[in-house]
Structure formats: C-alpha cells, structure tokens
Ligand binder design. Structure first.
Ligand code: PMP
Length: 364
C-alpha cells in the first residue's frame, strides 16, 4: 500500500466528526517563535506565586522532547504522541476511533483494567477473548473474533498482571488480519529483553505502541506516556487532546531523563536482579503454588487463600495487589519489585501471615 492509501485507511477508521474536526488553535500555535513580547495568552507576566517559572504555557506539541525521544526510540518525531500518562493515550484512542454504542474493541483478559474502564466511559462495547490457560495469546480465537466494527485490539506485552510477553510474530499475524488498530501496550517493555513492537511500525500503519515513563524511568508522579504510530494516527489524536496536556515541568524532566538512558538501564538491572532474588525466595516458601515467569517489574504468584493473605498483609502495612477475582488469576497476588529492604519486609510479613518460620528450600 502507498502511504496515501495508508492515510486514507486511517482516516476511514476515525469517527466521522473527528475526521472533520477543526482543532483548537492555541496562542502558542499561532506564533511559534521563542523571542517576542508575549501578550497573547492572558498569562501573568510578573511571575509565579510558587517558586519557579511556571507563568507561561508549555509547548503544546512538546517538540524538543519528541526530537530527543525519537532519537533513542528509532522513530520520527511525527510518529510520537505524548500524553498525561499513557492512560491519556488510551482514552484518546477511544474518543478518536470508536463510535459509542456502535463500535467495539477486543480485550484479552486477564489484562490491564483501564482498557475496560476507558471503553465504559466512552460507551464502547468490549468483546473479551481470554488468554489461554498458560497466559499465551489465543491468536486463532482473536482473529476469528474480528468483525467489521472491531476498531481496536488491546495487547499488553509484557502483560499486566501476568508478566509474560507475546511474540512479535503473533502480533504481526493479528495486525495483518484486522482492518482496525492493534494497540500494543508496552508499559513494562524496559524490563524485558524482547524487542519492542515499534520495529513493526514501518510495516503496519494500523499499529499503535504505548509506552510510559512511569515504570522503568521512575517518573510515575510526573505523568508522561507515549504512543508511537503512523503520523496520520498521531495527527488525529493531537486534534482531540487538550492543548497543553503535558505540563512544562514534565517536559523538562522528560528531556533530562531521555538524555540519561544509562540511569534507566541501571534501574532495570537492579530491579531485574531483585526480581530474580524475590522469585527464588517466594518459591522456597512451602504454601506458594506458582510464581509465574515475568518480563516486568512485578511477580504474579498463586497461593492458597490469597484474598485472606492479602488482607492480613495490609494489617502488617504491606500492600500488594489482589488479583484473585480476575479471569484466570484465581488466588493470585501481584507483587511489585521494591527496594531490597521493601522486598525483605514483604517476605517477613508474608512468612508471618503464612505461618512459615524460615525460608526453607523445598524438597527437590
Ligand atoms: N499500561 C499498563 C499495562 C499499566 O500497567 C499502566 C499503569 N499501571 C499504564 C498503562 C498506565 O501508565 P501511565 O502511568 O503512563 O498512565
């Protein structure tokens, strides 16, 4: 397909009123220079009440950050959307592509809960195709479930809460078979040694890859998430986003982070080795039934009476995520890898709750 054909295909996928929407033009859109007497945006020229220079609106297009991010991600700046967390990108995708009460999306439970919540907020139907029992991708069933109104298929890889990743070959099979978008959520990709689906962007104009600064980059508080996709998709999302959706401090700190990839890699190394230690310590506890393989910064573990254990851990002021009620995750808790001290506090509390005195090697 030529790129013009790709553009037409993407335009057709978008909701009709978004296609023709004339977006808000901000004061900073109309004059892009950095030097001048700025009396266009009704800001307070005198300064900010809080310490710092916060009186001017930030760049609505986050140009500098996109240029630097593009370099480390092997994409073009035009292929990047930046949002107030990747949760904003998820919501915007629904608003741009899904006609409420008409279109639907495919979700593959157990998976990240916000896809369902965003669908519900936007009154978009969801069709659930559960993962296989071993948490692998049911490619045949996913493809068989695709209908003309299937606007998006959400694939979280590495998957939250199961921790496993899906192969790019399988993802490509799905991309080939749908006219809709395939959204690959890679919030945890930095903890994995598998390659990113961004490597498929050139070939598949219907691919959207989500990533975030909230996990490996350690910047959850600043709210910075990204979507990588064909420039036509990015333009459509940009039309709908609030003009200044990423604040200036976040843009500045995002730039600082992108220029220090080594620090992120050091975090990943430490967290991944702590994950391995935590895994073996958990596996050594008699009541623990399974600790699932993980390409992310958390472990999913199955144990008897998980909900009761969860409640008792809370009494010890140790908070993990109870996933017991989630499809295929009966009696499962999800534990984020913390600092060495936090991991040991968790293990101490868990041993106490389970009535296990010492970590003993299970009989081989
Ligand atoms: N995707 C997945 C799979 C997640 O687990 C999370 C956060 N828990 C997000 C997206 C949202 O991340 P952000 O902080 O960028 O909104």
């Amino acid at each position: 397909m030529s790129d013009i054909q790709n553009q037409i295909r993407i335009q057709k996928l978008a909701r009709a009123h978004i296609r023709t929407l004339k977006p808000y033009s901000s004061a900073r859109d109309e004059y892009e220079g950095k030097v001048g007497v700025f009396l266009d945006a009704n800001e307070n020229a005198l300064g900010s009440v809080a310490e710092g220079n916060f009186n001017r609106y930030p760049d609505p297009h986050q140009r500098e950050l996109k240029v630097e991010l593009a370099k480390i991600k092997g994409v073009e700046p035009e292929q990047i959307f930046l949002g107030n967390g990747s949760d904003e990108a998820i919501d915007l995708l629904f608003r741009v592509f899904c006609e409420p009460k008409e279109d639907h999306v495919l979700l593959l439970p157990p998976t990240y809960g916000m896809y369902q919540v965003s669908a519900d907020i936007n009154q978009v139907k969801t069709v659930h195709v559960p993962l296989n029992e071993d948490f692998t991708l049911p490619v045949g069933e996913i493809i068989a479930s695709i209908r003309p109104g299937t606007k998006m298929i959400f694939i979280c890889s590495p998957n939250n809460p199961t921790g496993n990743s899906f192969s790019l070959t399988q993802i490509a099979m799905i991309l080939k078979r749908t006219q809709g978008l395939v959204v690959v959520d890679e919030a945890y990709i930095d903890f994995s040694d598998k390659s990113s689906a961004t490597t498929l962007l050139e070939e598949y104009p219907n691919l959207v890859v989500l990533q975030t600064f909230s996990k490996a980059w350690g910047m959850a508080n600043l709210r910075l998430g990204m979507a990588y996709a064909h420039p036509e998709i990015i333009q459509l999302i940009n039309k709908v986003k609030p003009p200044y959706n990423v604040n200036g401090l976040t843009q500045e700190k995002g730039l600082e982070a992108v220029r220090n990839v080594a620090k992120k890699e050091a975090f990943v190394k430490t967290l991944n080795s702590s994950r391995a230690v935590l895994r073996s310590q958990l596996e050594a506890l008699e009541p623990i039934q399974v600790v699932y393989p993980s390409d992310a910064n958390f472990l999913l573990t199955q144990l008897p009476e998980a909900s009761a254990v969860y409640d008792k851990l809370i009494q010890e002021q140790v908070i993990v995520r109870n996933r017991s009620k989630v499809t295929l995750c009966e009696d499962c808790l999800r534990i984020s890898v913390g600092t060495m001290e936090e991991n040991q506090s968790f293990l101490q509390a868990l041993k106490q709750v389970l009535g296990v005195e010492e970590i003993e090697e299970k009989a081989l």
